[in-house]
Write a protein that binds this ligand. Structure first.
Ligand SMILES: *Cc1c(COP(=O)(O)O)cnc(C)c1O
Ligand code: SF4
Length: 349
């Protein structure tokens, strides 16, 4: 017998569209604290921090958090702690990747050979507290139609570019009309062969992966790569798994990038479980990013030597194709910087 609660929960999720879920995100610290049964002592700091970078959590994500557990690895990604409000340590800045200075044509970030990031919009369904774009001037990147044409023109005029990466914010928060129009316009540029979509929507609002979206992607002449962003196996529930498998069955390559986060996924078990859970849905781990030193996120930082030791252990536990590349982004370099795995553990200083 199926408990009745399950039936009710299941049907309420199925009837709410991704647009409704996007409109229904939780943005108040009080409401989160109440629904997740968090201690009252945590509330004030969260309220203060959310004035700098608002709280935003889709219900589908919230439902995977264990009530009353302040150490829940999903909670820690979205709940502002008091440390966000403390003065930043040396080296933590507002724009760690220099994106504001490489952002000469609105909407375009062109730092690497052959590929450009297209900032399609500024909004995300979820606000991740460690996000390096938490201070990014998105307002300036909400493009007018004229600016769209200029951004596409930038790509057209550079035959050395063969890949366009839709980024944001989250490109899948765009409505279908806008998104499909953009994909079509990119498909019409002859030298573009690949379209990559960097998105957290399949993880936080899996209902976004509609049949219409999948059809549109598979009908494009472009090779499509979807890079999702999941940091912990607990994020991958049955709905997320179904959405990831759907992309795979449609012939879309799906990769994952994660951020290495202190006390969230910086241990061997978390990383092994994440890789296994991803591959169960046919997703391959791609990058594991060291934290970008952005103001307000220093408490998420994992020391590079600890990260390297973790990679050594991970390689001892998983096949090579399930081990992500440990990378850091260094401003001014022509690619992400890969961090070598040591031969023996690095001793802590
Ligand atoms: C990360 C990034 C890319 C993509 O890099 P890959 O190594 O190809 O995944 C492209 N442009 C910018 C500005 C980036 O930050
Ligand atoms: S989804 Fe990505 S861009 Fe958006 S807040 Fe999270 S880390 Fe930042």
């Amino acid at each position: 017998m199926i408990p009745q609660n399950d039936i009710i929960m299941h049907s309420s999720k199925q009837t709410s569209t991704w647009q409704q879920q996007l409109a229904d995100v939780v943005t108040s610290a009080e409401q989160l604290a109440q629904e997740l049964e968090l201690p009252a002592a945590y509330l004030q700091a969260a309220q203060q921090a959310s004035q700098d970078f608002a709280i935003r959590v889709p219900r589908a994500f919230l439902e995977r958090i264990t009530k009353g557990d302040v150490n829940d690895p999903l909670l820690r990604q979205i709940w502002p702690l008091a440390q966000e409000n403390s003065p930043p340590p040396a080296g933590f800045v507002l724009d760690p990747l220099g994106e504001i200075s490489s952002n000469k044509t609105p909407g375009i970030i062109h730092k690497y050979h052959g590929r450009v990031l297209l900032i399609t919009n500024g909004s995300c369904a979820v606000h991740c507290r460690y996000c390096f774009r938490r201070h990014f001037p998105y307002g300036d990147n909400a493009l007018s139609s004229q600016q769209w044409l200029e951004a596409l023109d930038y790509i057209k005029q550079r035959p050395e570019i063969n890949e366009v990466i839709l980024s944001g914010g989250d490109p899948l928060t765009n409505n279908d009309k806008r998104l499909f129009g953009l994909i079509k316009a990119i498909g019409e540029i002859p030298h573009i062969t690949r379209l990559r979509i960097h998105t957290r929507l399949p993880i936080v609002i899996p209902a976004r992966i509609t049949d219409e979206l999948v059809d549109n992607l598979t009908q494009s002449r472009l090779k499509i790569v979807v890079v999702v962003h999941s940091n912990h196996a607990n994020e991958i529930d049955s709905e997320v798994a179904a959405c990831l498998k759907k992309l795979y069955r449609a012939g879309i390559h799906v990769l994952n990038q994660a951020v290495l986060l202190k006390d969230i996924n910086d241990d061997l078990t978390s990383q092994v479980n994440l890789s296994e859970a991803l591959f169960d849905c046919h997703v391959l781990p791609y990058y594991l990013h060291l934290l970008d030193p952005v103001v307000g996120a220093h408490h998420f930082e994992v020391k590079q030597s600890d990260a390297q030791n973790l990679m050594l252990a991970l390689q001892g536990h998983l096949p090579g194709f399930l081990v992500p590349k440990l990378v850091r982004e260094v401003d001014g370099r022509p690619s992400k910087t890969t961090i070598d795995t040591p031969i023996t553990p690095i001793s802590s200083l």
